[in-house]
Design a protein around this ligand. Structure first.
Ligand code: SF4
Length: 232
């Protein structure tokens, strides 16, 4: 299955001061027929919420190499239950930001746009607050901050691969398609599996021994050390 890019069809014509409000009435229609992408931080939060390792989470709840939440056969999100989202306190960035999308240019300019709502959504759109109010209410701050940290690391890795092998650039779209086609539960790289990367580095750890922030910092430090070792 190839994943289309919904965001490419959005007009990014709002900023944090733009008038915006959205009242969710829990119709759950936005939790169906979507590809919810997840990064290592979101996987870690979801795994810890469920009391399992990131390796188990990737095996049981993701597809596309561990980068997308695995839906049910009817297209519902795998975490959608009769009482709504089963992982609500640790739901991913895309679910918190909905019905907005965010775009950040390489020089750091940020804008927001409306995703096309489900035609029968019961959510109520308004202008009684601002985009900033909505972001705060959805507790999106750490999700943006950590996405940017991983984004910079990812770019560094890509740059390095291209330096080592210039033909890597031409292969990038083929590699992306190959990841989308991986069988459910199959991991594309150690990059997304924080617990496996700890084990790979010779560490042994029980669940809950460190905070999410400590686990994340350790993961980023390991990737940075790996990049430095390649550069040397
Ligand atoms: S994780 Fe929760 S909020 Fe996000 S799509 Fe799934 S059920 Fe909906």
């Amino acid at each position: 299955m190839a994943y289309g890019d919904l965001v490419s069809r959005v007009d990014f014509d709002m900023n944090r001061d733009s008038p915006f409000s959205y009242a969710c009435h829990a119709c759950n229609r936005c939790c169906r027929n979507k590809a919810i992408r997840v990064n290592p931080y979101e996987i870690l939060r979801l795994a810890r919420y469920l009391g399992i390792t990131t390796t188990q989470f990737i095996e049981n709840h993701t597809e596309a190499g561990g980068t997308v939440l695995r839906p049910k056969e009817n297209g519902d999100c795998g975490f959608l239950g009769e009482r709504g989202c089963g992982v609500h306190p640790d739901r991913p960035l895309a679910c918190r930001l909905y019905p907005l999308a965010r775009w950040v240019t390489p020089d750091g300019n940020e804008s927001f746009g409306h995703l096309t709502p489900h035609p029968r959504t019961e959510g109520v759109y308004g202008r009684s607050g601002t985009v900033q109010d909505y972001l705060e209410h959805q507790q999106l701050g750490p999700f943006f901050e950590i996405s940017e940290r991983y984004g910079k690391l990812y770019q560094k890795m890509v740059d390095m691969l291209e330096k080592l092998d210039p033909e890597e650039l031409d292969r990038r779209s083929d590699r992306r398609a190959a990841i989308d086609e991986l069988p459910p539960g199959k991991l594309a790289s150690m990059w997304v599996d924080i617990d496996a990367s700890v084990a790979d580095a010779g560490g042994i750890r029980g669940l809950g021994q460190e905070t999410i922030e400590q686990e994340l910092d350790g993961h980023i430090r390991r990737i940075e050390a790996w990049l430095i070792s390649i550069e040397e």
